[in-house]
Design a protein around this ligand. Structure first.
Ligand code: ADP
Ligand code: MG
Length: 400
């Protein structure tokens, strides 16, 4: 990963190229790795992600004409609209905005409309802003570059507009931006991890109540590293399989007469199997058993330490591969090879259909396991993977 200060410099330089001025401040938010609990968030269930040491930085400065302009090192063509027009643009006319810019502009829209709803003057009097964005969170790798850009933007605007929103409310604004301004039907996990993360800790989150607990991971003390194996096969959230999986989960919950799959337990599965078609049942079984694995992982961590959660990671991968059917040959290979190379547990992470797998592994084995994964990808004729370690890190913050 690039150092955080290099990203801050990139954002500052881009800001100065755009405006001719120095920014008024820098804010950043991290990507995340989901340790366990996949496709449980939108089923009102449990997840256990942590914020990583790759961040998106927003350099921000005020302007006096009530307009918002965004630019990113990913796409240096600035996008500019009047704050007063955001409500017309989102969600109805979002297609007029280039996709990447819907993330930061959508966050501005979500924050202002929430402020208006709660009768805050801030919405009417919000000053215009310029935002320059730089990041070292890999895009489309399942590490949530989307939550990072949302969290950094939300933190920056919350401060300059003096909105006084809590971290959970900023996470909710990010989710609303992603769902309605971008059009990607994602849950709340990524934003919560990016907003609430802490060094060497995971966030155990109940996605129904949004109750979050910071749980120490102790990877360092146990001599463990978290290896990310990015297959470099990009997923596309706004379309395809992700939406179908959500629909199958809703269908399964409706058949069982519950509000969400969270309301089922492993003991309900035999009845579910009798009531639904095989595909729907396997989707339901993944979610219900995955919820249980999250609870088991948190308990195991507390009772026995991080060295004991390997089998739960392995079981999670098997469930996603066989029941939820969101893995790919690349992800399966990465997981198998990491395990043969000594990982204590491995699973694909993120929404699936591409992206990254993770492995929990002893520090001394990181280099040989990485080489083994790279060699296996070459032998299989797959594109080269990007293999690196991440550390559980601090969530969104003001940097300068
Ligand atoms: P993931 O969150 O897994 O990386 P998503 O598809 O959810 O993948 O979000 C990636 C999208 O978010 C990018 O295609 C881009 O539109 C937007 N994005 C993320 N980071 C940045 C950035 N630094 N600058 C501009 N757009 C970004
Ligand atoms: Mg995302």
């Amino acid at each position: 990963m690039t150092t955080a200060s290099a990203i801050a410099t990139d954002a500052t330089v881009l800001f100065t190229e755009l405006t001719g001025d120095a920014p008024a401040g820098l804010w950043s938010a991290p990507g995340r790795v989901n340790l366990i609990g996949e496709h449980t968030d939108y089923n009102d269930g449990f997840v256990f992600p942590f914020a990583i040491d790759a961040r998106t930085v927003v350099a921000l400065g005020p302007r006096d004409d009530g307009r918002i302009r965004v630019v990113s090192t990913f796409d240096e063509t600035p996008v500019e609209v009047a704050l007063a027009d955001l409500d017309d643009l989102f969600p109805a006319r979002r297609d007029e905005i280039v996709e990447w810019a819907r993330y930061p502009l959508g966050v501005a829209w979500a924050l202002l409309s929430a402020a208006l709803l709660s009768g805050q003057d801030a919405a009417a009097s919000a000053t215009g802003v310029d935002l320059a964005i730089a990041s070292d969170v890999p895009v489309g790798a399942g590490l949530s570059s989307s939550a990072a850009i949302e969290g950094a933007t939300a933190s920056a605007l919350n401060d300059v507009w003096e909105l006084g929103r809590t971290r959970v409310e900023l996470a909710q604004a990010g989710r609303r931006a992603e769902n309605e301004a971008v059009g990607a039907p994602t849950g709340i996990m990524d934003q919560m991890a990016s907003m609430l993360g802490q060094a060497d800790a995971g966030i155990f989150l109940d996605c129904r109540t949004l109750a979050a607990e910071v749980v120490e991971l102790g990877f360092d003390a146990a001599g463990l590293e978290l290896l990310v194996m990015d297959t470099q096969v990009s997923h596309a959230h706004s379309t395809g399989g992700y939406g179908e999986r959500r629909a199958a989960c809703e269908h399964g919950a409706a058949i069982m007469g519950v509000a969400a799959l969270r309301d089922l337990s492993v003991a309900d599965l035999p009845r579910a199997q009798q009531l639904m078609d095989d595909v729907t049942f396997r989707r339901v079984r993944h979610v219900v058993t995955e919820d249980q694995r999250v609870l088991d992982a948190v308990r195991t961590l507390r009772d026995e330490g991080s060295g004991a959660i390997g089998p739960l990671l392995d079981a999670s991968h098997a469930s996603m591969r066989d029941d939820f059917e969101i893995s790919t040959p690349e992800l399966d290979l990465a997981v198998e090879v990491a395990r043969s190379a000594g990982a204590i547990g491995a699973r694909m992470t993120g929404g699936g259909f591409g992206g990254a797998a993770i492995a929990l592994i002893e520090r001394s084995l990181v280099a040989s396991a990485s080489a083994a994964v790279e060699a296996a990808f070459a032998a299989a004729g797959f594109g080269a993977p990007h293999v690196f370690t991440v550390r559980p890190s601090e969530g969104a913050r003001r940097d300068a």
